[in-house]
Design a protein around this ligand. Structure first.
Ligand SMILES: NC(=O)c1ccc[n+]([C@@H]2O[C@H](COP(=O)([O-])OP(=O)(O)OC[C@H]3O[C@@H](n4cnc5c(N)ncnc54)[C@H](OP(=O)(O)O)[C@@H]3O)[C@@H](O)[C@H]2O)c1
Length: 330
């Protein structure tokens, strides 16, 4: 089978690998689509912990189960599925176990014609989604779901700010928050992405490249109950200024690095929480797919391209030109 591996930091290559055979409790999924995440790009650049050369990359995938390891898993054969990319989250919903990893290094991932996974990683694809749309959800959708609900406690009527609307996770956070009836505001560095967010029902949209963007956030009438962010950096202090008392800033990344200072005075006086978040538990993965099904949520997809173009597709993701997910189809 064809598979994308890291041959050395900076160099990805599609190579021929042997098609794996499922053992007990496992199934073989023939992929129909796989989606790209920042994680794949970080691995490509050698900027991810515990880089392991020759593993097949890719955390997100949707496809058809074609082989079962034993009679117990046979019921899955022929089903259209989405794959939960968590490996060893463990029993505690609050935090992942020490053995936790993510599909797609060190375990072989979804950027191949076939992937071997535990049958307990499968969820049936909601009927309103195509395979390409389903593949867009796992890692980014789960991250957004946990940030919005486990930590952000977003509900109807809350004022929520989603920063960097164009991001893969952010677009899901936006749609999940909207589905609950929250008032959802966005930031982006791109005017066309801001317009897109307004068309999709954002209450207001701010360009984070303008130094004083947060001064316009009076439209939130009293500030934000929740901010969902992945950029980090000095901007955290702008968020602190525009939070309602007892507001929560949930961050699941720090693309722009650490802040040079932190306005702890304003934080403690206004009882602000700064909360880190990761992907999510196995229970949340199942809840997330049910939520998507119930609200008939569809991902924003910036690009669908043939699998053979996957390295170019990663370049495209790194350039941040597209809003939403980039998907390859097999
Ligand atoms: N903790 C976890 O488990 C987990 C899971 C998934 C992702 N992450 C992390 O979260 C980050 C985003 O991941 P992703 O997959 O959503 O990446 P992505 O699709 O590449 O999105 C990155 C987005 O960041 C936004 N951005 C850049 N500078 C910004 C700024 N100053 N303020 C606000 N937004 C800014 C841009 O938004 P605009 O295009 O709108 O300007 C860009 O589209 C990465 O660091 C990733 O490693 C962590």
């Amino acid at each position: 089978m064809k598979a994308l591996v890291l041959t050395k930091p900076g160099n990805l290559q599609i190579v021929e690998k042997e098609k794996p055979t499922p053992q007990q409790a496992e199934v073989l999924v023939k992929l129909k689509a796989a989606a790209l995440n920042k994680r794949d790009q970080f691995i490509r650049e050698g900027k991810y912990p515990n880089i392991q050369l020759d593993s097949i990359l890719g955390s997100d995938g949707a496809g058809e189960v074609v082989e079962a390891g034993s009679s117990k898993e046979k019921k899955w054969v022929g089903k259209q599925v989405i794959i939960n990319p968590n490996i060893n989250w463990g029993d505690n919903d609050e935090v992942q176990s020490r053995e936790y990893t993510i599909l797609g290094m060190p375990t072989n991932g979804t950027f191949a014609e076939y992937v071997l996974v535990g049958a307990d990683r499968l969820v049936e694809k909601p009927k309103h989604l195509s395979s390409e749309e389903s593949a867009a959800f796992p890692l980014a959708g789960l991250t957004a779901y946990r940030a919005c609900f486990h930590h952000g406690k977003i509900s109807e009527g809350k004022n929520v700010l989603i920063s960097g609307f164009g991001g893969g996770v952010a677009q899901f956070a936006f749609q999940f928050a909207k589905a609950t009836g929250a008032n959802v505001f966005v930031t982006s560095g791109s005017e066309s992405k801001l317009e897109q967010a307004l068309k999709m029902g954002a209450s207001a949209a701010y360009n984070y490249k303008s130094k004083d963007w947060f001064k316009n956030s009076w439209q939130s009438k009293g500030g934000f109950d929740v901010v969902i962010d992945s950029a980090g950096g000095d901007q955290i202090n702008d968020f602190i200024k525009v939070m309602k008392p007892s507001g929560r800033i949930v961050f699941y990344g720090a693309t722009n690095g650490l802040p040079s200072s932190l306005d702890m005075y304003r934080m403690f006086w206004n009882q602000i929480t700064l909360q880190g978040s990761t992907m999510g538990s196995d229970k949340e993965f199942i809840e997330m797919v049910k939520f998507v099904d119930k609200h008939k949520i569809k991902p924003i997809i910036g690009l669908v391209t043939p699998y053979e173009n996957i390295v170019k597709a990663l370049d495209e993701m790194a350039a941040n030109r597209k809003t939403g997910k980039i998907v390859v189809k097999f």
